[in-house]
Design a protein around this ligand. Sequence first.
Ligand SMILES: Cc1cc2nc3c(=O)[nH]c(=O)nc-3n(C[C@H](O)[C@H](O)[C@H](O)COP(=O)(O)OP(=O)(O)OC[C@H]3O[C@@H](n4cnc5c(N)ncnc54)[C@H](O)[C@@H]3O)c2cc1C
Ligand code: FES
Ligand code: FES
Length: 479
Amino acid sequence: MSGVRRELRFLLNGEEVALDDAGAGDSLLDFLRLRRGLRGTKEGCAEGDCGACTVLVGRLRGGDVRYEAVNSCIRLLPSLDGCHVVTVEHLSGADGGLHPVQQAMVDCHGSQCGFCTPGIVMVLYALWLERPRPSEAEVRRALQGNLCRCTGYAPILRAAAIAGDYGLPETDKLVRGREAVGARLAAMAAGGRVELAGGAVAVPADADDLAAVLASEPAATMVAGSTDVGVWVNKDLRDIAPAVFIGHLDELGRITEKDGVIEIGATASYSDAEAALTEAVPGLADYWSRIGGWQIRNMGTVGGNIANGSPIADLPPVLIALGAELVLRKGKTRRTMPLEAYFLDYGRQDLAPGEFVEAVRVPRPAADARLGFHKVSKRRDEDISSVCAGFMVRIDKGRIEDARLAFGGMAATPKRAAGAEAALVGRDWGEPAMDAAMQALERDFTPISDWRASKEYRALVARNLLMRFYLGEARTGSP
Ligand SMILES: Cc1cc2nc3c(=O)[nH]c(=O)nc-3n(C[C@H](O)[C@H](O)[C@H](O)COP(=O)(O)OP(=O)(O)OC[C@H]3O[C@@H](n4cnc5c(N)ncnc54)[C@H](O)[C@@H]3O)c2cc1C
Ligand code: FES
Ligand code: FES
């Protein structure tokens, strides 16, 4: 570690900001609106659901500045050290007038009351930077995390489709200024660990420094993408100090593959992990697009989804079915375990004080593996699962050799269906085996009723998902 810096530094549109008074739970949205008067960014839900607060955050990744759409209401200030925050006020066209995306929205009548519009414009801007001429499917996916209550989406979809006719990214100031901004960000981020609020906020310099921070503050709240933590702060008014911010630690977010095992670093976001996992695991792409909206997928991390220990988190059932292994680290000591062993009970995980999730290792499924991934929720987009499931079955000459069936929403933790698995293994792949497994499922789980789903509904859905898997949803593994 090369010293401690006592101010946070980031670029806000064109201006350098240095803050020595950012608290652990201070949101970017409040900072923009209340301290900087940048009120183009709106507050709707304050929990990451509506997209009204969308801004772009650019960060140096592998020497280049990568901009992503994020929800500023749940993005916490200390996570922005060395970043470029871009708000709707920064947008302009090459001639200084409206930006192509804004002009397209005007011409297509994409706005009525206008409350959602800045957030929608920012998402469409992020999309236009990547794909100025997107397909309708790409636009719909980009807008999953943006609610518009009055315009209706058809004019917005039309605006997104034609924004590229009004100008291309080559002329955009973020694109033209990328190198210069990259140099400024690199200079700003220099200087080792950042500590604020008398040590109540730590932004470690690297993974070793994180281990050192946790050694001295083992009870500190770790904040990765803050898609859970930001909601606790805003909705439960939870004081998260002391907090240690880890989302910027690229060495903790690497995705590598060796000997058929894909290792995903804990701070890899859903968006980061998507390409590697959906390429290796057939059938996972549709499931992936059901996780949050685009902004949430850009922020939320694989490690956070696991570490949080939620019984309705979407990744654990999938990763457990694939036979994933979890890597935990404390100081310089690492230990590994099957992912399912990490979840001990509701709200209780096998994580010692000062220990953190370092990575998850996912074996590529065998070529003959049959795979199924399902999420059942009330809404298609941006909703929490009532039940989610991951299945992997291997069959040899018609006989079931191996079965891994994991569910979320059925118990106090993500959990394998041990009885149903046992009912399958050794039998012929056919309806009698499936019937036996469906009956065993009833003994495997005693789901609860809550406002999301009744226990009877959950039990029925779990059985039906298994039958659906058998009836044709099963896909063949990667060649
Ligand atoms: C609008 C919205 C939609 C969502 N949709 C979905 C969805 O569809 N499916 C789904 O599964 N989830 C969803 N979530 C929940 C959330 O996105 C995930 O749980 C996310 O993966 C958490 O990751 P994070 O990096 O944001 O975690 P954070 O909020 O930063 O942290 C979550 C918890 O994990 C701990 N933690 C984080 N990283 C580590 C680590 N490396 N080691 C040890 N502890 C760690 C933190 O201390 C904290 O207790 C949604 C959330 C929101 C706000
Ligand atoms: S205010 Fe709704 S997502 Fe931020
Ligand atoms: S224009 Fe009114 S909510 Fe979208």
